[in-house]
Ligand binder design. Structure first.
Ligand code: DGJ
Length: 697
């Protein structure tokens, strides 16, 4: 049984992990255990209330409450803060009851001891993935309204102790997803976004270990948040060496008014545990994202061509057909026309919001281009940016009130655009209407959904006209609005493959991956820079979601082979100017790599990833993708700059069946154990790379 109760303790078990919470003598819900699954139910320690001997030690310091609210002497980070109608800002939660609505789920109801406020902690266990999902619903059962000021999804308690090491992903536009590691000390380490978007700067993913875990060994607690708006991960170490990771919607400028009977639900927080290091943590997340989070029936992603870097805004039928003909010639399966196709869009100063084909560029609509692309044997895809509007657009001229703004303030333009308020149903209806028509009338089989700025002046002056009395609810309602538009279009057009992009990797998270089949991780397509970005990405996200183009962004003059090999580590795409490639004689080389990729992409996109050597720390790096049944695999090896003389170390493969015999292409036949212990010696010069297949005999 994955979840059971024993002596006031609830135990949640997955295949390899156990998690326990208890009701204490005073009725608090207290965390007891999270880690390796224990042999017997009575092994799980009950969560207990601690007693500090000094008057200065509050409950948060000495007791590991599962979902603490701000009340009494709680000076550590609470998950919930609220103000009641009478001005009281103190929420005293006690256990009410628990139920298991279905196998693998648990609802624990807490109630305030005085006010009619119910807080329900939802748990779901994903046995095979060793992952637990938590989210929270807060319900106002009273007649008076109340205001929520913080409602996090979860507080994850690590086993008592300090000196945990936090691994997280950080960066900026064009330079996302860098792996950072730091030891947590007393106090709070905060990662967040205040941008009404996930953001390029931090990513809502964490991993914690005791400082010594590596790719293959060691305890790792890891997690992610399914949310594409303002978020927060606050890791706190108390002065009694208790370490917690708090995860949820950012409380910065947040408020939510609950009228009688209303409730508020948080986004889901996911977390897991493994004793097999960061490699296993990533593989668990990859499987979980592919098989549970993502829309079902995930496709093996087609090799796509995207015209952005070739033609920028200068798209028209002739330029796109010229590119499409070359793309088809080298084996591309999906041709995507990027920005520039819609009404008035000559550059980034105009057009966003007017989602119909520009009559000068496409006098007969998109159909002639799509027909030619289809005739060439490719699917057709299109770029859109629904949440944005240029002031120079028919939409803005008609509805200047549709954007997020404060009435007395100038509307800050970023990339000459403003953000539509997706909390408004009229805005959503407009977008659904236009894109539904576009997708219904044209054979569009792929959408790249971009969003190229973050919020400023986060106001909603006429919120009350929409029944919303607290304008700061915008922080959440806008994101829910984006999801609603996306879900509606996805439901109506199930054949379409959806890509999430935000100026590169500004919207990569488990919320968007519920609706997006893939994401665009970075606008930086320079291959050597991309190695590190892609590795960071792989800590949380699987390769099938990682679109990766080969382009002309090549200041270091890397070979076409190297550039292809880097992009073949994800969902391969091409973004270079194919007419120039033709002039330079690059098309046959491209065709060769695309053909090879098609034979191994099932391994890359749906296999198990083993990071053998890190490009963030090593100029000689390698990745192995292995079939789930371990019958075949593909090894990618890269050398960037390493001064000569250099002796390259063997690559110790991972994950093979010890006693089985494997052929590593070009290196002979040996046992799995031999390839893992004695390794493969791959010789490479500076800025060379190899792709090497292996198969079980
Ligand atoms: C930003 C994206 O990341 C690019 O790939 C491209 O689609 C541009 N926007 C188009 O404006």
């Amino acid at each position: 049984m994955p979840i059971y109760a024993i002596n006031n303790t609830w135990i949640l078990e997955t295949r390899h992990t156990g998690y326990a919470v208890s009701v204490s003598g005073s009725g608090r819900l207290v965390h007891g255990y999270w880690g390796r699954r224990l042999p017997y139910p009575e092994d799980y320690p009950a969560g207990e209330e601690g007693y500090g001997w000094a008057s200065f030690n509050g409950v948060g310091q000495v007791t590991r409450e599962e979902y603490p609210a701000y009340a009494g002497a709680n000076y550590t980070e609470p998950c919930l803060r609220a103000t009641f109608a009478d001005g009281v800002r103190d929420v005293v939660l006690r256990f009410d009851r628990a139920e298991q609505p279905e196998a693998g789920t648990l609802h624990v109801h807490l109630r305030d001891v005085y006010y009619p406020l119910r807080v329900t902690l939802h748990y779901a266990v994903y046995d095979a993935y060793d992952i637990i999902e938590r989210w929270v619903t807060v319900q106002n059962e009273g007649a008076q309204p109340l205001t929520l000021e913080r409602v996090w999804s979860a507080q994850w308690h690590l086993p008592p102790g300090d000196d945990y090491r936090l691994t997280h992903l950080t960066g900026r536009w064009f330079d996302e997803m860098h792996l950072r590691r730091e030891t947590l000390r007393q106090g709070v380490k905060l990662l967040d976004s205040r941008r009404l978007a996930t953001g390029h700067h931090h990513n809502p993913f964490f991993a914690l270990d005791r400082g010594s875990a590596d790719e293959d060994n060691g305890e790792v607690w890891f997690g992610a948040l399914g949310w594409s708006g303002n978020w927060q991960m606050a890791a706190e170490v108390t002065d009694f060496a208790s370490t917690r990771m708090n995860v949820g919607v950012n409380d910065w400028d947040f408020a939510w008014r609950l009228e009688h009977g209303q409730d508020f639900s948080t986004p889901p927080a996911y977390a897991g545990y493994t004793i097999r290091g960061f490699g296993a943590a990533s593989r668990r997340l990859h499987d979980f994202i592919r098989e549970v989070v993502q829309p079902h029936d995930q496709p093996v992603h087609p090799v796509l061509y995207n015209s952005w870097e070739a033609t920028m805004f200068n798209v028209d039928v002739a330029s796109q057909i010229a590119l499409a003909e070359r793309a088809a010639q080298i084996g591309v399966e999906l041709f995507v026309m990027d920005d520039g196709w819609f009404h008035g869009r000559g550059d980034d100063t105009a057009g966003l919001g007017d989602w119909w084909p520009d009559a000068r560029k496409f006098p007969n609509g998109l159909k002639p281009l799509i027909a030619r692309v289809n005739e060439l044997g490719m699917k057709f895809g299109l770029w859109i940016e629904p949440e944005m509007v240029n002031p120079n657009s028919d939409l803005y001229r008609a509805h200047p009130d549709w954007v997020i703004h404060f009435p007395t303030r100038a509307r800050t333009e970023l990339r000459n655009q403003l953000m539509l308020n997706m909390a408004r149903p009229d805005v959503r209806d407009y977008l659904i209407g236009h894109f539904d028509r576009l997708l219904s009338e044209n054979n569009i089989e792929f959408i790249k959904w971009d969003t190229n700025r973050n919020v400023t002046e986060p106001g909603w002056p006429d919120a009350a006209a929409f029944g919303v009395r607290e304008p700061r609810e915008l922080w959440v309602r806008h994101v829910e609005g984006v999801y609603r538009v996306w879900d509606t279009l996805r439901d109506r057009h199930p054949r379409v493959i959806w890509q999430s992009c935000s100026g590169g990797g500004g919207r990569v998270d488990l919320g968007i991956l519920r609706r997006a089949d893939q994401v665009w991780p970075s606008d930086n397509t320079e291959a050597s820079a991309r190695l590190a970005i892609q590795e960071g990405f792989s800590y949380a996200y699987p390769a099938n979601t990682m679109e990766a183009w080969v382009t002309d962004m090549n200041p270091n003059n890397l070979s076409l082979d190297f550039r292809f090999h880097v992009s073949m580590c994800g969902a391969l795409g091409i973004g270079g100017h194919l007419l120039h490639w033709e002039e330079k004689g690059l098309l046959p080389g491209a065709a060769k790599w695309i053909a090879l990729y098609k034979t191994l992409r099932h391994l890359v996109q749906y296999g198990d990833l083993y990071r053998l050597r890190s490009p963030q720390t090593q100029p000689f790096s390698a990745l192995l993708y292995l079939a789930k049944d371990k019958s075949e695999g593909v090894l990618f090896v890269f050398r960037t700059h390493l001064p000569e003389p250099a002796i390259l170390p063997p690559l110790y493969l991972r994950g093979l069946v010890s006693a089985a015999r494997y052929e590593v292409e070009g290196f002979g036949v040996r046992s799995g154990e031999a390839w893992m212990r004695a390794g493969v010696k791959v010789e490479l010069g500076n800025f060379e790379s190899r792709v090497i297949r292996l198969r079980r005999l």
